[in-house]
Design a protein around this ligand. Structure first.
Ligand code: SF4
Length: 333
């Protein structure tokens, strides 16, 4: 087990926090102390790029500005606001947890990482992030960025997930735990990058044995990602000011209960009016062909509902459906 030298720890904390105070990216959740807002940013950032989260975070807060509003909302409204961010289970669990905080906890946000972990969808990382940033608890975080920084700072001496958590806890600044956690994540996201760390700009290079030597020092080689390619065909049927949508089954593993366009395999149609989009979900790239038709051209009865175009932004649409409707000019975001 590693016990970092106290002088090493002090120097690292000082250099990292000084750098963070000057160089942190200006993000809407920076400096935030409201646990609900911090929690939302952490949940959104788990699987989504920062650039996408910035806009969606602010939109979500306009619609659900506090935990009571979120707890009172219908699941379909929450999923609708989450549409396009993917990994919808995050939104469902956040909604569920908000309900528990408001109903069982009388709206009082749990203050410790241990209490936060009792809630649905809040794991060790999120609990520590919220407790340290909102309430100043000395709870260290380890995400992919922090893990990479630690791996380099300790030059391969850490083995097993628990050792990363333990060392992160030893390095954590007791006076500024929330800032220290954010600084470690920021360092991994902007300087200590996976393939080409910018060691010349690194605030902790004097504490790092690698300093740009990472390629020859045993950092794990990145495995090339294996991506699948699939084709899909949908029909976009418009009748007056409505569009035909079908609902995914409640038990489907992906995006249960969300609305999408009917697949061509379920409807027989031949239209010359075609648009194409590309879409990626996790490790699959889809090439999607969409046939546009007027409702009256549909030759058969079919399952689905004609939904008003004016209400589309209130319906939980899949990200692909939102992208298609946007491309067809039927939706504005
Ligand atoms: Fe990462 Fe380079 Fe800084 Fe070491 S010196 S922590 S490898 S950026």
């Amino acid at each position: 087990m590693i016990f970092p030298d106290p002088a090493f720890v002090q120097r690292l904390r000082r250099n990292l926090l000084r750098w963070y105070d000057c160089e942190q990216r200006r993000l809407p959740w920076r400096g935030e102390r409201d646990p609900y807002r911090i929690w939302l940013s952490e949940v959104m950032l788990q699987q989504t790029r920062v650039a996408v989260v910035i806009e969606r975070y602010q939109r979500f807060l306009r619609r659900f500005p506090d935990i009571k509003t979120l707890a009172r909302a219908k699941t379909s409204a929450v999923l609708s606001e989450w549409s396009g961010l993917g990994y919808y289970r995050r939104a469902r669990r956040m909604h569920q947890a908000a309900g528990l905080i408001v109903r069982q906890g009388k709206g009082i946000f749990p203050r410790s990482a241990a209490e936060l972990r009792e809630l649905p969808g809040i794991g060790r990382y999120t609990a520590a992030a919220v407790a340290s940033i909102a309430f100043g608890e000395s709870a260290a975080v380890v995400d992919g960025n922090v893990e990479r920084v630690l791996e380099r700072l300790f030059a391969g001496q850490l083995a097993g997930a628990e050792s990363y958590w333990r060392v992160a806890g030893m390095l954590l600044s007791p006076s500024r735990p929330g800032d220290f956690n954010q600084a470690m994540m920021e360092l991994g996201a902007t300087v200590c990058l996976p393939l080409n760390p910018i060691c010349s700009n690194c605030p902790v290079r004097s504490s790092c044995p690698l300093r740009g030597q990472f390629n020859s020092a045993g950092t794990r080689a990145r495995q090339p990602e294996i991506r699948k390619k699939l084709r899909k065909s949908y029909v976009l049927a418009v009748r007056g000011k409505t569009v035909l949508l079908v609902r995914r089954g409640p038990k489907t593993s992906l995006m249960p209960g969300m609305w999408e366009l009917p697949e061509i395999s379920r409807i027989s149609i031949r239209s010359q009016n075609v648009i194409r989009v590309r879409h990626s979900i996790t490790n699959t790239d889809y090439e999607v062909r969409i046939q546009l038709v007027h409702g009256s051209e549909l030759a058969q009865a079919h399952a689905g509902s004609w939904k008003s175009l004016a209400q589309l932004d209130r319906i939980p649409l899949t990200g692909l459906t939102r992208k298609i409707l946007n491309k067809a000019g039927l939706l504005q975001y």
